[in-house]
Every structure is written in C-alpha cells, then in structure tokens.
Design a protein around this ligand. Structure first.
Ligand code: T3D
Length: 260
C-alpha cells in the first residue's frame, strides 16, 4: 500500500518506518503524504495504543530531500509546502493522544530532527547523530525545530545547535536532554520493542490526556495550568482504566488496562 514508508501494526503497537535507506530516509512529498495517512490510521484505530517512528538502514531521517527540493520550479511557496507537509506531521504527532516512541537508529538532520523531537520519548542508538542542518544550506529552522529545541535544551544551546550546524552525538544528546536513553545499536530493536509493549498495555486515555496537558501548559501561567489540570482530571477519572487501576491496587493485583 505504501512505497516510501513501511507501516505495521502488531500487538497494539504501530510502527511507521521511513523507507528510503539509500537517501538516509530524506523526506519527499510522497513520503510525507504516506506518513500523514499512516498517522491518520493510528488515530482512528483504537487497537493502536503506541506508535513507534523509525528509519530503515543507517539513517533515521536526513530532512527534506534536497534533490526533489532543487527540482521544484517556481512559482513555489516553501511556506505552503511546510504548512501542507511537515507542519501537519509535527502537529499530528504532538496531537495524537497515544504515546509516540522515537526509535532513533541513525542521523536525524533538518526536518528529520524535527520529526525526532516531535516524538514523545526518544530511544537512540549509540550511532545516532543530531544536526539542525538548515544553516548548512543557508536556511532558518522549520518543522518545529526552533520551538522544540528551545524547549528541550534552552535558548543558548538551541542557538548554538541551529547556527553552527554542529553534529551532536548520541551521548551528548543524552546529556543535553535531546534523547531519553542511548543503547548500543544492536540492542535498539529490543529496547524499543520492550518500551512500546509496556505502553501498549498502559492506560492509553490517561497518557493521551497527559499529552494534552503538556501540550497546553507551556503557554500558561501556574494558575491557568492548575485549572486546566483540574478539568483534564475530571475526564481521566471517568475512564475504565482509572477504575481498573484503583480496583487492582485495593485487590493487591496487577492492573489490566484496556486503553479506555
Ligand atoms: O521546502 C522545504 O521543505 C524546505 C525545508 C527544508 C527542511 C530541511 O530539512 S532543510 C535540511 C535538509 N537536509 C540537509 O541539508 C542534510 C543533508 N545531508 C547531510 O548533511 C548528510 O547526508 C548527513 C549529515 C545527514 C549524513 O552524512 P553521511 O556522511 O552519514 O551520509 P552521506 O554520504 O552524506 O549521505 C548518504 C547518501 O544520502 C548520499 O547519497 P550518495 O552520495 O550515496 O548517492 C547523500 O547525497 C544522500 N542524502 C543525504 N541527505 C540527503 C540526501 N539526498 C537528498 N536529500 C538529503 N537531505
């Protein structure tokens, strides 16, 4: 069904793998469309309780395919291209009320860095590298990289990463808070599978609502955040998984969450 991504759902875990390994999974218009379609399926399918994003081959994603970009003839609006493509991808990942695990197998550059940073949690291979790449071709950041980097590493480090084009290796990325965990390359599949399986058994609605809160509170005062948390908790407390969690605790047994 797809040509430039692989999409698979198994045991509650959907995996979207960028699949142009010979180009380090550089993003084309077609790949972006396929990615957005797969994300829609993840949203609609209640059986999907965790999404894993990764790349095939030695790269995670090298950003916009520069050959395709160069071939585009004027009149062409980059802003429109971003609005229809990468911006929807980032908003789709952040707005999806299910956990999204970034399985960062290799280099993440430019828009590919945006894709990695838009995931909720990142497991990186020790072979992964992170580079904003935009400045190397005279561009400013897009795909949410300015906002996401600023949030994760603060303004001074974000400025350095964005303006020097430095390639941050996996251990430095861990130190900076760009990734949650680094594992040897040959252990990445198992580590990501274990984390995804854990999320696929977790209270999905509670995680989705947590995401909703985190997405909103950054722009709020403490008083507004307290009020918003209270409203969201009113929703969470009515879920089946909340009732199951309390019952399991009182009955001294492991909970069986169903994602509702
Ligand atoms: O309208 C818009 O969409 C504008 C928005 C732009 C958003 C962006 O993403 S801007 C940033 C675009 N990306 C880049 O500038 C990164 C370019 N790539 C690199 O700097 C390097 O390839 C890497 C640092 C990512 C990896 O380096 P390395 O040494 O590990 O691999 P390599 O040898 O450079 O690349 C392997 C192959 O992939 C190579 O092809 P070849 O020589 O084997 O035939 C290379 O050309 C190809 N490749 C890598 N990145 C891209 C690419 N082909 C097309 N587009 C790429 N972005």
């Amino acid at each position: 069904m797809y040509e430039q991504i692989q999409f698979d759902v198994s045991d509650g875990v959907a995996t979207i793998a960028l699949n142009r390994p010979e180009r380090l999974n550089a993003l084309t218009g077609q790949m972006t469309k396929e990615f957005l379609d797969a994300l829609k399926r993840c949203t609609r399918d209640a059986g999907v309780r965790c999404v894993v994003i990764t790349g095939r081959g030695r790269g995670f994603c090298a950003g916009q395919d520069l050959a395709e970009f160069q071939a585009v003839k004027p009149p062409f609006s980059v802003a429109e291209h971003l609005r229809r493509g990468f911006n929807r991808v980032v908003l789709g990942l952040r707005g999806l009320e299910k956990p999204v695990v970034g399985k960062i197998n290799g280099v993440a550059a430019g828009a590919g860095l945006g894709l990695a940073l838009a995931c909720d949690i990142r497991l990186a291979s020790d072979q992964a590298r992170f580079t904003a790449a935009f400045i190397g071709i005279g561009l400013a950041p897009d795909t949410g990289v300015s906002w996401l980097l600023h949030q994760l590493v603060g303004p001074a480090k974000a400025f350095e990463i964005l303006t020097t084009g430095v390639k941050v290796d996996a251990n430095e990325a861990l130190r900076l808070g760009l990734v949650n965990r680094v594992v040897p390359a040959d252990e990445l599949d198992a580590a990501a599978a274990q984390l995804a399986a854990q999320y696929a058994q977790a209270p999905t609605r509670g995680i989705g609502l947590t995401k909703r809160v985190l997405n909103r509170v950054a722009a709020m005062s403490l008083a507004e955040a307290l009020e918003y948390e209270a409203q969201i908790q009113d929703i969470a407390i009515r879920t089946k998984d909340h009732r199951e969690g309390v019952a399991a605790f009182l009955e001294k047994r492991a909970p069986r969450f169903i994602g509702e």
